[in-house]
Design a protein around this ligand. Structure first.
Ligand code: ATP
Ligand code: MG
Length: 246
């Protein structure tokens, strides 16, 4: 059935509209209490949860569509700075995990100030000034999706903090994302890159882990001619290193 993947993607694409309607409705109730009536604290909490989950749904939809484009070899090149990439990913990640932190990250302009702000929420940034300010040419949405997936995983599994490091070397952007969590046993190193593989066992894990992130990262990297390495052992944290030609 050669046309099946396209139909699925159209279906996924069409989810965008209903998700936006749910999002807009919830935001109206929350932000226009003058028009829609006052809310209790409990109602506000529920609405905020709805809005967070519509954002997650929008991400999933966009990520799947981006993967589809990658499989078709569609690239959308643009020039962007390393700083804008990292900043956008941090905002995306914290929009869900800690909206107050996301707000601060959005506002702070200066690198040193940003360093201090993200430190408070357990993220250590390691970039030289030259790398931070460098302009690179690549498919920005794809690079963002890669870094966001690695950062989300690291934050999910960290004990205290994660570290994001970046370097430009021989026309390659090398990004390292490290956490201090439970690590990954060598016997699982290959498996985690496979679709739907998760190491978690509980029902809760089954709900928030799709096992799609890293498999998607591999698809995107392959498309761009990049690669990924993993350094980790059980109990010793994990470090994912991606090299992306720019
Ligand atoms: N930093 C990490 N530390 C420990 N285990 C990790 C880390 N990153 C990934 N893993 C393991 O690899 C598995 C696959 O990761 P992947 O990102 O593909 O899926 P996921 O995070 O479970 O779900 P999602 O589809 O939402 O990304 C995870 O379930 C987890 O067991
Ligand atoms: Mg993941």
């Amino acid at each position: 059935m050669p046309d099946t993947p396209i139909k699925t993607e159209i279906l996924i694409h069409d989810l965008k509209v209903p998700i936006s309607v749910i999002d807009a409705g919830a935001k109206s109730l929350l932000n226009r209490q003058d028009a829609y009536g006052p809310l209790t604290d409990k109602q506000i909490k529920v609405l905020k949860r709805i809005i967070r989950n519509t954002l997650t749904s929008q991400r999933l939809v966009n990520d799947v569509l981006e993967l589809g484009r990658s499989r078709e070899g569609v690239m959308n090149y643009s020039d962007f700075t390393v700083s804008s990439l990292v900043r956008a990913v941090l905002v995306e990640v914290f929009d869900l995990a800690d909206p107050n932190a996301a707000e601060i990250i959005r506002k702070v302009q200066d690198y040193d100030e940003l360093l201090g702000a993200v430190r408070q929420v357990g993220v250590k940034l390691k970039f030289t000034k030259a790398t931070w300010e460098s302009v690179v040419r690549q498919d920005a949405a794809k690079v963002r999706q890669i870094l966001r997936n690695l950062a989300t995983n690291a934050l999910k599994h960290r004990v205290e903090q994660i570290e994001i490091q970046g370097n430009l070397k021989e026309r390659r952007l090398v990004l390292r994302v490290r956490d201090d969590g439970r690590g990954i046993a060598p016997s699982d190193h290959q498996k985690i890159f496979k679709t739907y593989f998760t190491t978690g066992g509980s029902i809760e894990n089954a709900i928030c882990s799709h096992g799609l992130g890293l498999a998607g990262v591999m698809v995107l990297l392959k498309d761009m001619g990049g690669d990924m390495a993993l350094e980790s052992d059980r109990g010793k944290g994990a470090e994912f290193i991606v090299k992306i030609p720019v």
